[in-house]
Structure formats: structure tokens, C-alpha cells
Design a protein around this ligand. Structure first.
Ligand code: GLC
Length: 570
């Protein structure tokens, strides 16, 4: 068992993450320091003061490891080095030290469902005689088919970002599994040497001073015996479903926890889990089982789609969204813990998706969405730019898109006969590129992101919407986030209070209570662009209630303005 000698370990009291607010940095788009148009680690270090001003406790750093960048770093070729695009290991050490000096912790992204096809492990695995052959999934062609010919793949599974989950390797005449893309071969966690290699790597990072791990698609690591087989499936993320929440998931997570000392060192652990139900989360986050602290559910971000296909757009009535979050609050009320998020590097911008990003309502809807999320029980995650209300980008032509997932969907769907117009409509609503435009620091040409040419164009609305303007405006979205973070830090009911959804069927109001000891907080939020009369039925009496935080000045009015919200102490 590893005992890390890093003095920073002393700075993580039991359960510290229960009152923490996490801020996700997607390094490529955060801050460039050397003018090459790509964000980097020294750029992040130069913005720590801003994060301290916002008040967040933890940075989750999306991958900065060595990578061919097929999936912007989620394809790792060396887990123990930094990609030159982002800087050096020394830069990362300096970032961790500077963050710790300000009391900010740093959580690494851990991508171990798959490696890059350029990882040394995979290079060795290509040789059928190698001891590493079994570290990945190799299969012969479909019986009766000539290996390498169209249709000879072992089964019909799609990859998330490529037509097939199987890639032919002519040297051995076999196929390997990559459920995301051919550049991201899946590791075989059944092999204990794979697991030990991953744990050793994680211990190395713990010794380096990191405070936890955000685990990429971690519920896909235990593959069912039949792997992806089972007939044709829809384009989109169809194949993931077949390998999610496999039979040994809990066993592997508990083993990882033990061998790396995740709980022993009070590390923050959050598992990204597409297809995980609240029952899976109950098991995984039950502290008695020593698996993970919390998971990222996909349920609420999959509600505006039909089935498993994110591109098949569906309307999302408010009762469905708030009901889903409430079911997770209820499901994890006794044991376990929630993570709370709308936004990340894979999702469109919350204010454009769930709010109203018109000039009239953008600020209020960003604030009210934040009020609602941050008053749920769990650990809130803020995605870069969300804290001052960044919006989706005006992406209208296929040439505007860069992301591997979007480009693959466009190619597959148009080839299958879906109209260009419909494909572009889905992309405009859901593409991951919306989250990846550079952070809008100020109103200057490249928004203060780079002195060079940004790898992805800056959203033209940065002349209005930027961090600098928000910081200097006491009524800004940024100022509201600061207050929500302070409230979480100072108020035990916000941290630990029991959640109860009220008026579950109301189409415009999102309202709930949080109760802890003698204190009850009530949140009333108008999640619509029309005024709403506060009902007298179904809500506690409001007279005498104390306003802790509101979005509008007249907090006594019985009508809520569009996107007005109030946090009241009853
Ligand atoms: C996760 C990441 C996403 C990535 C995928 C494959 O969903 O968040 O960005 O493309 O896993 O690693």
C-alpha cells in the first residue's frame, strides 16, 4: 500500500468535498500564455486569482496528458507526462503548488476506460505474442467473412465517434475494440495487470499532490462477457449502453479505492457514468462500500433527446427536469452523495439550453438556473464561463464544427439520408463545440484568451459577455455565483439539508425546501420568461420569511418577474 509523503495530504479533512464547489477547466479553451492559440497550464496559473475571487474550492482539470488529441486529450498516450501543447510536468507542479497556496485543490481527469492507440501498452498489444495482447480486446473477423473487408467486423456496434466500434489491424488479421473511436482502444480490465498498472499510475499522481480524480466513463470498465454483440443499433451513443454498469464494476472500484488509498487519503472521487441509474449511484457512492464519493449522472442531460440518441431532439418540460433531479435527491438522501451540474465540456451551454439567452433574459436566467442547482444537495460543478453566463456559439454551417463527435454524426447521418438542415439543427442544439469556444475574459479582439489565432473562434458576443465586465458589475451572474458559493460554505442546511420538491407539476416554477435541524430554506424560482403569480396552495406561508438571496430587488412582491428566484429562510 502506498503512503504518500506529500504534506498537502494533511489539508484534506474527512468529507471536505461535501461543502466544496468544483470548477472545471478545459485547458485548451481556458487561457493561452504563449500565443499559439491553445490554452495551456501557465495560462491557468495566471488566472488563479480569478478563481480565488470567485471562491471555488477545487479545480477539475480536463486532460493535459500526452495525447495525439484525436479527442482533445481524452486519448492518452502517456499518463505520466504533460503534452507539450499544454506545457510541462514542471508547469503542472507549479500550478498545483500555486493553487494549494490559495487553498484551492486540484483534481485530475482520469481516462482509463481506454488509452490512445499511440500508448506504448497498445503498441505492444498489437503483437499477438506479447504479454500485453490481452490488455485490450482483440477479436477475429465475423465467421465466414474475409478479415478487413466491409461488414467483416466482429459485430455491428457503432463507436460513439466512428462508424464501427471495431478497427481492423492488418498485421495480426484481428480487430480491436474502441467504443469511442479507433484512436481510443478500450483497456481490458479483466486483466489484473491492467488494473495494477492503472493503480500504480494513480498513486504516482497522488504522491505528486493531486487531490482527487474525475473518472472518465468509469462505469464502462467492466465489459460484459458478450461485449458489444447483440444486433444493429442506432448511431449516436448506442454501443455504450451495452457495456455500461458491467458485472464487476463495484468490485473494480472498491479494489481501486483500496489499492490507491482513495478514501484513506480523503481524495475527491467522481465517476462519470453514462447510463448509470440512481440504483447504481446508490451502490457506488454508499460510503460503507468505499467505491467513489459521487457520480455524474447523464439522466438530466439526456431528457431533451429521444432514447439514447442525443441528436434526436425532444422538448423538455420543466416538470420532467425538476422531477429527475428530485428523484436523484430522494434516491441518495440516506447514504451516498450527488454531484450537481448542467454544463461541462461535452454539453451545450446551460443558459442557452435550459434558460433564455436573449439579451433581455440571459443574466436573470443564468442566475436563476444557478440558484436552483446550487441549492440542491450535493457537490456543485461550475464549467468555465458558466459563472458569467457564456452562451452557445453561432454555429450554423458544418465548416464551423471541429469536434470529432459532431463531424462523425454529420457524416453518418447525411450518408443515411437525414437532411443537412435537420443535422445542422441537432448540432446547433447539442454539439460539444458550444462548450469549447475560448473563455471570454474581456471585450478585446480575442477576448483576452490569446495573442495569437485561437484554435477555435471566440464567440462574437464576447464584446458584451465577458469575465471582466461581470467582475465589475455587482448585479452580474458572476456576483451571483460568488454569493451562492459563499452561502454553500457558510450554511449547513445548504450543505446537508433534506430536500423536498414542491409543486412538482408546475410548468414554470421550480420550488423546493431544504431542511436541517430547526432551519428550513425555501427556493422559489420562476424558470420561464413570463411573470408568475406565487401560488398560495402547495407552498409554506411566506410572511415573515427572510430573504437570503434573490435575483430581483422587490423580494416581497407576490408575483415573480421572468426568471426571478428567491432563497428564503422560513
Ligand atoms: C467522456 C468525456 C468526453 C470524451 C469521452 C471519451 O465522456 O467527457 O469528452 O470524449 O469520455 O473519453
Amino acid at each position: 500500500m502506498n503512503t504518500a509523503a506529500n504534506p498537502e495530504l494533511a489539508g484534506r479533512p474527512d468529507g471536505w468535498w461535501r461543502s466544496a464547489v468544483v470548477y472545471q477547466i478545459y485547458p485548451r479553451s481556458f487561457q493561452d500564455s504563449n500565443g499559439d492559440g491553445v490554452g495551456d497550464i501557465p495560462g491557468i496559473t495566471s488566472r488563479l486569482e480569478y478563481l480565488a475571487e470567485l471562491g471555488v474550492d477545487v479545480i477539475w482539470l480536463s486532460p493535459v496528458y500526452r495525447s495525439p488529441q484525436v479527442d482533445n486529450g481524452y486519448d492518452i498516450s502517456d499518463y505520466q507526462d504533460v503534452d507539450p501543447l499544454f506545457g510541462t510536468l514542471a508547469d503542472l507542479d507549479a500550478l498545483i503548488a500555486a493553487a494549494h497556496q490559495r487553498g484551492i485543490k486540484l483534481v485530475m481527469d482520469l481516462v482509463v476506460n481506454h488509452t490512445s492507440d499511440q500508448h506504448a501498452w497498445f503498441a505492444q498489444s498489437r503483437d499477438p505474442a506479447s504479454a500485453k495482447r490481452d490488455w485490450y480486446f482483440w477479436r477475429p473477423a465475423r465467421p465466414g467473412c474475409e478479415p478487413g473487408t466491409p461488414g467483416a467486423e466482429p459485430d455491428d456496434s457503432h463507436a460513439a465517434f466512428a462508424p464501427s466500434a471495431w478497427t481492423y489491424d492488418p498485421a495480426s488479421g484481428e480487430y480491436y475494440l474502441g467504443i469511442f473511436s479507433p484512436g481510443q482502444p478500450d483497456l481490458n480490465w479483466e486483466n489484473k495487470d491492467v488494473r495494477q498498472a492503472v493503480y500504480a499510475m494513480m498513486r504516482w499522481w497522488v504522491d505528486r499532490g493531486v487531490d482527487g480524480f474525475r473518472m472518465d466513463v468509469i462505469n464502462l470498465i467492466s465489459k460484459p462477457a458478450e461485449l458489444t454483440a447483440g444486433g444493429p443499433i442506432e448511431p449516436g451513443q448506442g454501443s455504450l449502453r451495452r457495456v455500461a454498469n458491467g458485472p464487476r464494476l463495484d468490485e473494480f472500484l472498491a479494489e481501486m479505492n483500496r489499492e490507491v488509498g482513495l478514501d484513506e487519503h480523503n481524495l475527491l472521487t467522481v465517476g462519470e457514468m453514462p447510463g448509470a441509474t440512481v440504483e447504481v449511484a446508490q451502490r457506488v457512492t454508499d460510503p460503507a462500500r468505499h467505491e467513489l464519493n459521487m457520480v455524474f449522472t447523464f439522466e438530466h442531460v439526456n431528457l431533451d433527446q429521444v432514447g439514447w440518441n442525443k441528436w434526436d431532439l425532444a422538448d423538455l418540460p420543466l416538470p420532467v427536469l425538476k422531477g429527475n433531479l428530485a428523484s436523484w435527491q430522494d434516491g441518495l438522501a440516506e447514504a451516498g452523495w450527488n454531484s450537481l451540474y448542467y454544463d461541462n465540456h461535452d454539453q451545450p451551454r446551460a443558459v442557452s439550453r435550459f434558460g433564455d439567452d436573449s439579451p433581455e433574459h440571459r443574466v436573470d436566467s443564468a442566475k436563476t438556473l444557478a440558484t436552483v442547482l446550487h441549492l440542491h444537495k450535493g457537490t456543485p460543478y461550475i464549467y468555465q464561463g458558466e459563472e458569467f453566463g457564456m452562451t452557445n456559439a453561432p454555429l450554423t454551417r458544418i465548416e464551423h464544427y471541429l469536434d470529432v463527435e459532431s463531424l462523425n454524426y454529420h457524416a453518418l447521418a447525411t450518408a443515411a439520408g437525414v437532411s443537412e438542415e435537420q443535422v445542422l439543427r441537432s448540432l446547433a442544439a447539442k454539439s460539444r463545440d458550444h462548450a469549447r469556444t475560448p473563455v471570454q475574459w474581456d471585450a478585446t479582439d480575442n477576448a483576452g484568451f490569446t495573442t495569437g489565432t485561437p484554435w477555435m473562434p471566440v464567440n462574437p458576443n464576447h464584446d458584451q459577455i465577458n469575465a471582466d465586465a461581470a467582475r465589475h458589475d455587482p448585479d452580474s451572474v458572476f456576483a451571483h455565483f460568488q454569493k451562492l458559493i459563499r452561502l454553500r460554505h457558510s450554511n449547513e442546511t445548504v450543505q446537508e439539508g433534506r430536500f423536498q420538491l414542491l409543486l412538482p407539476d408546475h410548468d414554470q416554477l421550480w420550488t423546493f425546501t431544504r431542511t436541517h435541524g430547526d432551519e428550513t430554506l425555501l427556493v422559489v424560482a420562476n424558470c420561464s420568461s413570463e411573470p408568475v403569480e406565487i401560488p398560495t396552495d402547495g407552498l409554506p406561508r411566506l410572511d415573515g420569511a427572510e430573504l437570503l438571496l434573490g435575483t430581483h430587488p422587490d423580494a416581497a412582491a407576490t408575483t415573480l418577474a421572468p426568471w426571478e428566484s428567491r432563497i428564503l429562510r422560513l
